[in-house]
Design a binder for this molecule. Structure first.
Ligand code: NDP
Ligand code: DGY
Length: 327
């Protein structure tokens, strides 16, 4: 391909080399990379995308009308290094006939594992225990010290039994979970595998010992977990969110945790990200916050990077895309 025929691609971050190698080897891309581990500043994004045929972005890049306008009519494809695509202005993107690629399935196991780890860490108070060992708070074995809640015989409620929700349910069942409730837009035949009971949201919230949020962020799920939601949870229940921060009203969560309305919360996602270090939630012992590391295993990120590159190339060449969220 001659230099003039090369297609301009803007990559908004340093990504795992697996994906970069694919893009370089394709020999059709004039690659421009925001060569940093930190997010591209908005002004640089608007500049970098100008005239691009392809955009490879991350979940931290808000791809809205302004970015699409800045890109201009050349833009054929947006490929995001994530399964969540709530950062993309999908209606506008569809209207302009731009194709989209994302990374479902390849990160399901890693994210489900992390969710289970976070649930156990939160319910069994692992960060508090580690801290007590370090700060001398461990004086002796005490019958009621650092007691938490176990999964055996419990009821777990999964909000959004999609790919990741199902993988979480599969992993939790062998811990001796007695009832597995789930909610979503419709019952799922695959729920049979985990004896899942499709129930209304209110039933799930009030009957679960562990409420696990694994739905996508949509206008319907935005702010779903609010004061009313938490007021229906048992005082002994544990809330876990590995979906998106905006599903939760964090002021209401803080109130529920600090007043003893619920027992504990584990969050891998927050609003904003990063959560400011002086955020009230970080003052609470019964709140475990992780820095959005659900899919963070070396191999998963490498495979995500490959898939993102292959989605991008397919979008550029007009061929069948490996994983589009819609066609
Ligand atoms: P899926 O599309 O397979 O699952 C999404 C689920 O959300 C579906 O089961 C859907 O239910 C459910 N849902 C949608 N609307 C509602 C609603 N109003 N109430 C309840 N449930 C609803 O996606 P994945 O499982 O692959 O990923 C889910 C999300 O997890 C991603 O969108 C992303 O935000 C997040 N994620 C976070 C990661 C992290 O690092 N913490 C890593 C990877 C993903 P139905 O099928 O009935 O419509
Ligand atoms: C996603 O893919 O949506 C996650 O949040 C990060 O892997």
């Amino acid at each position: 391909m001659s230099a003039q025929q090369m297609l301009k691609v803007f990559v908004t971050r340093r990504i795992p080399q697996e994906g970069m190698k694919i893009l370089q080897k394709a020999g059709m891309c004039n690659l421009s990379v925001w060569d940093s581990d930190e997010p591209v500043p908005r002004a640089e994004l608007l500049k970098g995308v100008a005239g691009a045929h392809g955009l490879l972005c991350l979940l931290s890049d808000k791809i809205d009308v302004e970015v699409l306008d800045a890109a201009g009519p050349n833009l054929k494809v947006i490929s995001t290094l994530s399964v969540g695509f709530d950062h993309l202005a999908i209606d506008e993107i569809k209207k302009r006939g731009i194709r989209v690629g994302y990374t479902p399935d390849v990160l399901t196991d890693a994210t489900a594992e992390l969710t289970v780890a976070l649930l156990l860490a939160t319910a069994r108070r692992l960060p508090e225990g580690v801290e007590e060992v370090k700060n001398g708070g461990w004086s002796t074995w005490k019958p009621l010290w650092l007691c938490g809640y176990g999964l055996s015989g419990s009821t777990v409620g999964v909000i959004g039994l999609g790919r990741i929700g199902m993988a979480i349910a599969r992993r939790l069942k062998p811990f001796g979970v007695k009832r597995l409730l789930y909610t979503g837009r419709q019952p799922k035949p695959q729920a049979q595998e985990v004896d899942g009971e499709y129930v209304p949201l209110d039933t799930l919230v009030s009957e679960s010992d562990f409420v696990v949020v694994s739905c996508s962020l949509t206008p319907d799920t935005q702010g779903l977990c609010d004061k009313t939601f938490f007021s229906k949870m048992k005082k002994t229940s544990v809330f876990i969110n590995t979906s998106r921060g905006a599903v939760v009203n964090q002021e209401d969560l803080f109130e529920a945790l600090s007043s003893g309305q619920i027992a504990a919360a584990g969050l891998d996602v927050t609003t904003p990200e990063p959560l400011p270090t002086n955020h009230p939630l970080l003052t609470l012992k019964n709140c475990v916050v992780l820095p959005h590391i659900g899919s963070a295993t070396y191999s998963t990120r490498g495979i995500m990077s490959e898939l993102t590159a292959n989605n991008l190339l397919a979008g550029l060449t007009g061929s069948k895309m490996p994983r589009p969220p819609f066609d």
